[in-house]
Design a protein around this ligand. Sequence first.
Ligand code: FES
Ligand SMILES: [Zn+2]
Length: 119
Amino acid sequence: MAKYERHVFVCTNRREPGSPRPSCNADGKAELHKQIKQAADAAGLKDRVRINTSGCMDQCEHGPTVVVYPDAVWYGHVTAEDVAELVQSHLVEGRPVERLVLADACIHTVACEHRPAKG
Ligand code: FES
Ligand SMILES: [Zn+2]
């Protein structure tokens, strides 16, 4: 089998209620991962794109978080309603869904206004 063209990482981290930071998979069902995997398989991408679960990617305030490599495109606030477009536009056609892409100022920077202040 050929190498995968892309890997999609879907954060399925779950924290206990009342934790200081939110989590992408608060109900523990990991539905978003299943939905993306099903849509990718239905689009015929099974042997070309791998849909992985992931632990926390430190983008919790922007979750649910999904990242696509090797493109290094970070998506935030992804919902079930976004799955069909994400799969068709990005994974089939190679066009990232700009409206879901996280701002550079948010990714791996303490300057992000959405993160809790470090105390
Ligand atoms: S819990 Fe998903 S990025 Fe942290
Ligand atoms: Zn932010």
